[in-house]
Design a protein around this ligand. Sequence first.
Ligand SMILES: *Cc1c(COP(=O)(O)O)cnc(C)c1O
Length: 497
Amino acid sequence: MYYKSTRNSAVGVTASQAIAMGISQDGGLFVPDSMPWFSYDDLRELANESYVKRAAVVLGGFLTDFTAQELEDCCATAYTREKFETDSIAPIYMLENNLYLLELWHGPTCAFKDLALQLLPQLLSHAMAKTGAQEKTAAVLVATSGDTGKAALEGFRDSAGSRIIVFYPEQGVSRIQKLQMQTQEGDNVSVCAIRGNFDDAQRGVKAIFADDAVKDTLARRGMFLSSANSINWGRLVPQIAYYVSCYCDLIKNGRIACGEHINVVVPTGNFGNILAAYYAKKCGIPINRLICASNANNVLTEFIKTGIYSRNRPFYTTISPSMDILISSNLERLLFDLSGCDDEKLRGWMTSLAADGRYEVDAPVKERLREHFSAGFCSDDGTRATIKSLYERYNYICDPHTAVALNVYEQYRSLTGDGTKTVVASTASPFKFASDVLEAVKGTPAQGDDFAMVNELAALSMLNAPRQLLQIREKPLRFTENCEVGQMKDFVLQSLA
Ligand SMILES: *Cc1c(COP(=O)(O)O)cnc(C)c1O
């Protein structure tokens, strides 16, 4: 299997090259030129396997220049009981007979990004060996809206042959998210806040990737740039794996018959997680509707409904900060697929996006979009109301991002009457957003310090507060720098000196 660029179909690189490079020279994203297929028989068989085995099989379908043994070793190292709170790695919580939460937040940093970022460093180090870069150092640049940064830092810390630099929006992350990053341990890590929002951070990182002078300087130091954002293909495949695994668990637990269609709801920002669900569908998982949930930054809702993508709109800071994004990078991969791999069209649309902040896709793409996707959004008030009602009805506490998805699902359900069994991706632990979650449940702003709130939430939910969050309190602040977007390049060059 080879990987093309969404902006140049003539490009053909191996999975290892795609993972090592992160993004194509032409600014496009790498996409596979074919898809593996998992038959119902395969799924029935996988249902009897462990998470590690399932993930290794799914990865094997895409990363065809890795051996099965290499992939199984990578997965066995990433998905351990020590790093994840549960053996099932991504457990399913049943709210009702036809409504399930796929809890993706039992890893070391309490967000779904751990599923990919515990694995990526190992995939990258194999990829470097396979591409002859084993003597070099990968300089991994990350722009984060809060959760990717911490998960990437934790995944790459002290990983041989790599350095990692994370940029986050100074005002755009929760206090606990900020502390998680500022107290990060490890000798190969750097963190810097930027004055701007996530889109500014992402733009800054992309500009550094496109800067030949930076690349030359780093090459002289034996380094090359790579990415741990979901623009990197190595981030997406492990996410496809958890949708496959979820389907297998539903079969195994007798919740569905093998072959029965389900809907999937995903709280969406950069469009990585929902794209993984779309790829899972293309690989044979019987998924009916893919429901894209947004917060007040509802650029994707409008796009899915109208085919017009316009980032010319106000940017809102919400209580679901990891979705405060107006430029969803991975949408480019979907459009490439839906347009029948038309790189010329993609170049046109992406050029208009950069120049005018908008583009409109053509009629066939609009139609295919609507064939697979539904979309909706909700405000912070709606998010809080959903957290509260979930607690009152089911005694279950969810984080604000998951609440956005549940709110949009309810809207979808009452609009369509579609009673298909549905899986909602639950993307973060509520403890990461303790103050907003408490406020939602109690109806009044929460008081006290963050750790008192974490403990209060534990009492309320009758869950144990994640150890790794409580431990932050004892840790020294290591990274308190901040810079303008224009200074990101200098920060990178200095950090990697
Ligand atoms: C990153 C994140 C999202 C958005 O995921 P995308 O893959 O960027 O669409 C949603 N919820 C949480 C908690 C996140 O950390």
